[in-house]
Ligand binder design. Structure first.
Ligand SMILES: Nc1nc2c(c(=O)[nH]1)N[C@H]1C(S)=C(S)[C@@H](COP(=O)(O)O)O[C@H]1N2
Ligand SMILES: [Mo]
Length: 313
């Protein structure tokens, strides 16, 4: 059983991804070496692992205790790789993350299909230690490696009509066995208002714990929006559109009364089927109070000034 909370163990990404995928990651790291430095370290099992080195610490990081790598990579939500919390790690191997491209369209001066390596340059990368709070009331603290989403959006030059950003995950049932069943409508889609997307807290992440993003966590590139429930942080992104109107989102389509477009972490607005007042930090025994905007109120509350957050849940 891969569902395992709390106890770290020795399995590293070199063992839970097949060698070919691991080697692809290694190549990216080699290419990255010039920009941010690269160290080869030896893992307990003796397998070499390439790590990002010299990635600068970005702003907003928390110094709370980090959730063990082993938990964050074995207790996942990634329906494309199965609905059980242990399924994504088990099914991660089939996902091919190189080559990878991201199509950009809609209200931008520079639409097109960008290769991952043209979009993501090693010198852009920084480490951000963020809390992530799942709508199912568990949470974790993860050192992501990524860059502000806003930096990429600026490079694409949004037109004056752009008001939202829509994202899409890869749709390929061959690689993602969870997509062989219509548990939700595929592909997984998400969206942000443009000012949310431009907020410096919102990042696109390509790694964590100094390593390339493990497949089960959304390789090669995923969103991380730490003041919103985890499901807004869409994984394995293949498409981004700047749009005029509020785009559909996967969980809102599935259960609109339960999941709104905004989905800001808010302990005062309960999910129709459970309270959002407390959460369980993975690896901890006692529950914690959930904080408004997941503890990022000082940074983001002004984005929602004047809005009724019980209505705009
Ligand atoms: N494409 C896609 N993205 C997704 C999901 C998913 O099922 N598919 N699950 C979401 C949910 S509900 C959560 S809590 C986080 C979990 O991220 P983690 O597995 O890295 O902890 O990913 C989010 N992104
Ligand atoms: Mo979630």
């Amino acid at each position: 059983m891969l569902i395992k909370i709390g106890r770290p163990n020795d399995v590293k990404s070199s063992e839970i991804t097949p060698q070919s995928v691991f080697m692809d990651r290694r190549r990216f790291m080699m290419a990255a070496a010039a920009g941010v430095g690269l160290a080869s370290v030896s893992l307990p099992g003796g397998a070499p692992a390439a790590k990002f080195e010299g990635v600068v610490k970005g702003p907003f990081g928390t110094d709370e205790e980090q959730t063990p790598f082993e938990d964050v990579t074995r207790y996942n939500n990634f329906y494309e790789l199965g609905t059980g919390k242990g399924d994504p790690a088990r099914n991660a191997a089939g996902l091919k993350t190189r080559p990878w491209s991201i199509a950009v369209g809609g209200q931008v001066a520079k639409p097109g299909t960008y290769d991952f390596d043209d979009l993501v340059k090693p010198h852009m990368l920084e480490e951000r230690v963020y809390r992530l709070r799942c709508v199912e009331a568990w949470s974790m603290v993860v050192p992501w490696v990524g860059f502000p989403l806003g930096d990429v959006i600026k490079r694409l030059e949004p037109t004056s009509k752009a008001r939202y950003v829509a994202f899409q995950t890869l749709h390929d049932p061959e690689q993602m066995p969870g997509q062989r069943r219509a548990v939700i409508e595929w592909p997984y889609v998400e969206g942000l208002r443009l000012d949310e997307a431009m907020h410096p807290l919102a990042i696109l992440a390509v790694g964590m714990y100094g390593e390339m993003m493990p497949n089960q966590n959304g390789a090669p590139i995923r969103l991380v929006v730490p003041w919103k429930y985890g499901f807004k942080s869409i994984k394995s992104i293949v498409r981004m559109d700047l749009v005029e109107h509020m785009p559909p989102t996967a969980w809102n389509k599935q259960a609109p009364r339960e999941y709104g477009f905004y989905s800001n972490v808010n302990p005062t607005v309960d999910h129709p089927r459970w309270s959002q007042r407390t959460e369980r930090r993975i690896g901890e025994f006692l529950r914690r109070e959930t904080l408004m905007f997941n503890g990022y109120a000082e940074e983001v509350a002004s984005l929602y000034a004047g809005m009724d957050l019980a209505k705009n849940y």
